[in-house]
Design a binder for this molecule. Structure first.
Ligand code: TRP
Length: 376
């Protein structure tokens, strides 16, 4: 059960086994239920719950009545775990989980080292190489790193118990003024010499990501922030070869962000994000484009955010059941009582694949953000 507001330290949640519930208990319970919705068998689900605990590290055993360690930027309430579902017409959605492995290490430098150690441990266990990450270590892990993150790891939980792995790094690790140069150099080292020039103008570069492990076409991804975006502006962001048409992006933007409104709240608005994915180095052009709408900044409550997600699924001919079941799997609160359970809605295009819709679902281990007020 999740309450509005901060959990009271005087009244720790007691799990059904009678012991004080921990961050690991909370997030693995959600994961086990989500695995079932995503059609993964019990053996895979149990294995993935173990992996989640392992990647979380010692903070998995932290009682939930203590505040989130190190104030993770991964989610609004600082839970270092976020779930997402990737939907494609005609198939079961893919469940993914994003985790901050070094969370609780004390500071970003230690967190980064812990994150690298964890990724290398996963690599040994599942037999994949980390060469592309190793090549970039000095760029993203300086001695005195700046925030807001050092390393995040996402796992795509496919059947068989061996996930696909993605690593997210911070371009501003050596300072926000060096983010562009850092990304340009990282792309160059990976052979993408012309990629940086292909990126759209943006307010900031937020993340640099690498696919590691068993991918057909491992991608290098660059995430850019776009603060005051219109449907029109969103449609103009893609630099992908044979990317989405402007009408499709505009329609997605409007369906996800709603009317350019009138919501007031004490929160500064998070930006929209674009992600360009590079696979081949010959053309210098990205083979993938994703647009992320922080739907929680554009809706009054999660009921409204869910309606937007369902309308989009319908438009793409995708069944609504699995999203509804996924929401039930992570929370029992009324959706109208909070905002941010559904963090982002995204539309992804990748060369040679049908478009995908992604829904990002918060764990809300620590806090539920109250609904937004309508501006007077
Ligand atoms: N919480 C951060 C944000 O909102 C980072 C993040 C988590 C994020 N999941 C994401 C960013 C999905 C884009 C898409 O920016």
């Amino acid at each position: 059960m999740i309450d509005l507001g901060l959990r009271s330290p005087a009244a720790p949640t007691v799990g059904h086994t009678g012991h004080t519930e921990t961050l690991g208990d909370h997030t693995t319970r959600q994961l086990l239920r989500l695995c079932e919705v995503a059609g993964l068998g019990p053996a895979d689900a149990i294995e993935y719950a173990r992996v989640l605990r392992r990647v979380l590290g010692p903070v998995a055993d932290r009682p939930l009545h203590l505040p989130s360690p190190d104030g993770s930027f991964l989610s609004d309430d600082h839970t270092p775990v976020e779930f997402s579902l990737s939907f494609e017409a005609g198939s079961v959605p893919t469940l993914r989980v994003l985790v901050e492995p070094g969370c609780g290490a004390g500071d970003l430098a230690r967190g980064g080292r812990e994150g690298l150690r964890t990724v290398r441990e996963l690599a040994r266990r599942w037999g994949f190489g980390t060469e592309r990450l190793d090549l970039l270590e000095d760029l993203f892990f300086p001695a005195a790193p700046q925030g807001p993150l050092a390393l995040w790891c996402a796992l795509e939980l496919r059947p068989g118990g061996v996930p696909k792995v993605k690593v997210y790094l911070n371009p501003a690790a050596s300072g926000p003024e060096l983010a562009g140069a850092t990304v340009r150099e990282a792309l160059r080292r990976l052979g993408h010499r012309q990629a940086f020039e292909a990126l759209p103008a943006s307010d900031r570069i937020l993340f640099f990501a690498l696919d590691l492990g068993d991918w057909d076409e491992p991608r290098v991804k660059v995430y850019t922030a776009h603060q005051d975006l219109s449907a029109d502006g969103a449609a103009g962001l893609s630099r992908m070869v044979d990317g989405p048409g402007t009408a499709e992006v505009e329609a997605f933007f409007k369906a996800a962000a709603g009317e350019p409104e009138s919501l007031a709240g004490p929160y500064g608005r998070r930006p929209f994000q674009a992600c360009h994915a590079f696979t081949e180095t010959a053309s210098g052009r990205p083979g993938g484009f994703t647009l992320y709408v922080p739907v929680r900044e554009h809706a009054r409550h999660d009921g409204e955010a869910l309606e937007r997600a369902l309308a989009l699924l319908a438009r793409y001919g995708i069944d609504r059941e699995q999203l509804l079941d996924s929401v039930d799997a992570v929370t029992s609160r009324r959706l109208e009582e909070g905002l941010g359970l559904i963090a982002y809605l995204a539309l992804a295009h990748q060369r040679g694949r049908p478009p995908r819709l992604m829904v990002y679902i918060s764990s809300e281990a620590y806090r539920v953000r109250p609904p937004a007020l309508l501006a007077a």
